[in-house]
Design a binder for this molecule. Structure first.
Ligand code: NAD
Length: 543
C-alpha cells in the first residue's frame, strides 16, 4: 500500500483558503497494519483452509485486507456454536446481560479512535461521519443497558376472569438471530442492531458485508472484552447470494438491513420457514422547507441531510421540496455551503465529506447525474467525479429542473446527489413527499414546531425530523426507527427494537372455578351467568 492520502479541498476552489490535509499524512496502511488484519480475521467462522477474499481501501483503491471466506458448511458450524452458547446466556438474569452492554458503552467511547480508523479505511467516509456510528451505538448500548429489564420483565395482564385468572405476559428469546448487514454504517448496523438481540438472551450469527467486515470483527472483540461469551456472536463472511440464504435458512429470526431488492428475497425465504424478519431497506427521502423556515438553518441542515457519508445513508435526503416563495434564496444559501465543503480522505477530523465506497456506487451516482443533465436538468453545485482525490470521490451535487422521467427523481441514488423541487401549497408538498413507494425518513423545516408536527403526521415515513435532518429521530433510541412501504418491515430502537427478538408467552393460572359449567349449573345457566358477567365487566370498564 502506498502512502497516499487525499488532501482536503473545497469542491469548487481547491486549495483556496482551505486547511491542510486532515490527518497530517497518516495513511490507511499505518492505521490498519497487516498484524491487525490477521488478528481480526481470526474472528471469522471459517474452517479448514478457507478461500481468501480481498477488500480495497476506497480512499486510495489499494488492497486493504485479505479475509477468510466462510462456506455454507461454516455457516452450519456457526449456528451450532451459537446455539450451544445461547442456552447458558439466556439463563442469566437480564441485569447481568445488560451489564455487558454498559461496559461495552464505556470501552467503545474510550477506544473510539481504533474503530474510527477502521470505518474510514473500509468505507472512505469522513471521520465526523464515522463518529456518528460511535454516537449511535453508544446511545443504543446505554438505552438497552438501562431499559432492557423494563422491556423484558414479566408483565401482569388482566386475566380471562377477574380474581379467578392470574395472567402474565413473559418474553422468551427467539434463539439464534440471523443478522445480515450492509457496508454503509458498518459499526452501527452490525453491533448496534445486535445489542438488543443479545440483551434479550439470543445468540447472533452475523453476515456483515465483506467490504466492512473488519469493523464488525473489531466490535465483536470489544463486546467479548466487555463480557459477552465469545461463541455467542459468530461472524461469517462470503458472497451475499451464497452465504446470506444459508444464514436465513437456519435462523430463528432474521434481522436484515440492505436494499429493497435483497430484502424481498430474504423476506420470502424467512416466510417459507415461518420465521419472523425485520427488514430495514432503502429510501428516497424528502426534506420539506416551508415558507416560514429559517433558511440558514435549513441550508445547513440540508448539507448534513444530503451529504453525510457522501449520501450513502439510508435516511439521507435525495429530494428537497421547497416553497416557491423562498426556493431561490434557499438554493443560493444551500449551494454556497455545498460548494465550500472540503472533500478529504485523511484519517482525522477536518474533511466535510469523504469518498464513495466502491466503483458500483460511483457508477450509479455518475449515471444518475449524467442522464439527468442530458435530459435537461441543471447542475447547481458539484456534478463530477474527483479521481484526483481518490478513485471513488464524487462532488456533493445539487440538481435543479429534475423531472419524473429521470432516474434520479425516483430511484435511490445512494450518493451525494440531491434534486430541488418547488411547491406552492402544503398539500402539494405532502403529496410530492408521499409519491414514492418508499417510506423511510423525512424532514420538515419551519419556524413553527407545532405546524411542523402537523405536517409530519401527514407524511408516510417511519421517522420524521422537524428542524433537523435525520439525527433527531435516529438518535431518539427509545422510539422506533424503520420504514413504511418498500422501506421495510419492523423497527429498530425502542420497545419494538428489542421485543422483535423475543417470543411472547402468556402464562395464565386459573383458580377456584373453571371457565366452564360447574357447581351444578347446566350449559344454558352457565351461558346466562357468563353473559351477565360480560355485561358487568364492560360496565365496570374492565379492560
Ligand atoms: P444489499 O442488499 O446489496 O446487501 C446487504 C447485505 O445483504 C450484504 O451483507 C449482502 O452481502 C447481503 N446479501 C446480498 N444478497 C443476499 C441474498 N440473496 N440473501 C441474503 N443476503 C444477501 O445492500 P447494499 O447495497 O449493501 O446496502 C445499501 C442498501 O441498504 C441501500 O438501499 C440502503 O438504503 C439500505 N440501507 C437501509 C438501512 C435502513 O435502516 N433502512 C440502513 C442502511 C442501508
Amino acid at each position: 500500500m502506498s502512502d497516499l492520502t487525499a488532501d482536503a479541498v473545497a469542491t469548487e476552489h481547491p486549495g483556496a483558503g482551505n486547511p491542510a490535509a486532515p490527518g497530517g499524512g497518516r495513511t490507511v496502511a499505518a492505521a490498519v497494519p497487516p498484524a491487525l488484519v490477521t488478528r481480526l480475521a481470526a474472528g471469522v467462522t471459517a474452517t479448514g483452509e478457507p478461500d481468501l477474499v480481498e477488500t480495497v481501501a476506497p480512499l486510495t483503491g489499494e488492497r486493504l485486507a485479505s479475509l477468510p471466506r466462510s462456506t455454507p458448511a461454516d455457516v452450519e458450524v456457526a449456528f451450532q456454536l451459537a446455539r450451544r452458547a445461547q442456552a447458558a446466556w439466556a439463563a442469566l438474569p437480564v441485569r447481568r446481560r445488560a451489564a455487558v452492554l454498559l461496559r461495552f458503552h464505556d470501552l467503545l467511547l474510550k477506544r473510539q479512535d481504533e474503530v474510527l480508523d477502521l470505518i474510514q479505511a473500509e468505507t472512505g467516509k469522513a471521520r465526523l461521519h464515522a463518529f456518528e456510528e460511535v454516537l449511535a451505538v453508544a446511545m443504543a448500548a446505554r438505552h438497552y443497558g438501562r431499559a432492557a429489564h423494563g422491556y423484558l420483565r414479566d408483565k401482569r395482564r388482566g386475566g380471562a376472569l377477574p380474581v379467578l385468572t392470574h395472567a402474565v405476559e413473559a418474553r422468551r428469546p427467539k434463539g439464534v438471530i440471523g443478522h445480515i448487514s450492509p457496508w454503509n454504517y458498518p459499526l452501527e448496523l452490525s453491533v448496534g442492531d445486535a445489542l438488543p438481540a443479545f440483551v434479550a438472551g439470543n445468540a447472533v450469527v452475523n453476515k456483515p458485508d465483506t467490504q466492512t467486515a473488519l469493523t464488525a470483527l473489531w466490535a465483536r472483540g470489544l463486546l467479548v472484552e466487555a463480557g459477552l461469551p465469545a461463541d455467542l456472536w459468530q461472524i461469517v463472511i462470503g458472497d451475499g447470494p451464497v452465504i446470506g440464504p444459508a444464514v436465513v435458512e437456519q435462523a430463528d429470526y432474521v434481522s436484515f438491513t440492505g436494499s429493497t431488492r435483497t430484502g424481498r428475497d430474504v423476506a420470502q425465504r424467512a416466510a417459507a420457514r415461518l420465521v419472523g424478519a425485520s427488514l430495514e431497506l432503502g429510501g428516497k427521502n424528502a426534506m420539506l422547507v416551508l415558507a416560514d423556515a429559517d433558511l440558514d438553518a435549513a441550508a445547513a441542515g440540508a448539507v448534513r441531510a444530503c451529504f453525510s457519508s457522501a449520501g450513502q445513508l439510508c435516511i439521507s435526503i435525495e429530494r428537497l421540496l421547497v416553497h416557491r416563495s423562498v426556493a431561490d434564496e434557499f438554493l443560493e444559501r444551500f449551494a454556497a455551503r455545498t460548494r465550500a465543503l472540503r472533500l478529504g480522505g485523511g484519517l482525522a477530523y477536518g474533511a466535510d465529506m469523504g469518498s464513495l465506497v466502491s466503483v458500483r456506487q460511483l457508477e450509479t451516482t455518475t449515471r444518475h447525474v449524467e442522464e439527468a443533465v442530458k435530459a435537461g436538468a441543471t447542475v447547481v453545485a458539484g456534478g463530477r467525479a474527483r479521481p484526483d482525490l481518490g478513485p471513488f470521490f464524487f462532488e456533493p451535487t445539487i440538481l435543479d429542473g429534475v423531472t419524473p422521467d429521470m432516474a434520479v427523481c425516483a430511484e435511490e441514488t445512494f450518493g451525494p446527489v440531491v434534486s430541488l423541487y418547488r411547491f406552492d401549497t402544503e398539500d402539494e408538498a405532502v403529496a410530492a413527499a408521499n409519491s414514492t413507494p418508499y417510506g423511510l425518513n423525512s424532514s420538515v423545516w419551519t419556524r413553527d414546531p407545532r405546524r411542523g408536527r402537523t405536517v409530519a403526521a401527514r407524511l408516510r415515513t417511519g421517522t420524521v425530523n422537524v428542524n433537523e435532518a435525520y439525527a433527531a429521530a435516529y438518535g431518539s433510541v427509545g422510539s422506533p426507527m424503520g420504514g413504511m412501504g418498500d422501506s421495510g418491515l419492523g423497527r429498530r430502537h425502542g420497545a419494538e427494537g428489542i421485543l422483535r427478538f423475543t417470543e411472547a408467552q402468556t402464562i395464565a393460572t386459573q383458580r377456584l372455578l373453571p371457565i366452564a359449567p360447574s357447581f351444578g349449573l347446566d350449559d344454558k345457566q352457565f351461558a346466562a351467568v357468563m353473559t351477565g358477567g360480560l355485561r358487568a365487566l364492560k360496565a365496570l370498564r374492565f379492560k
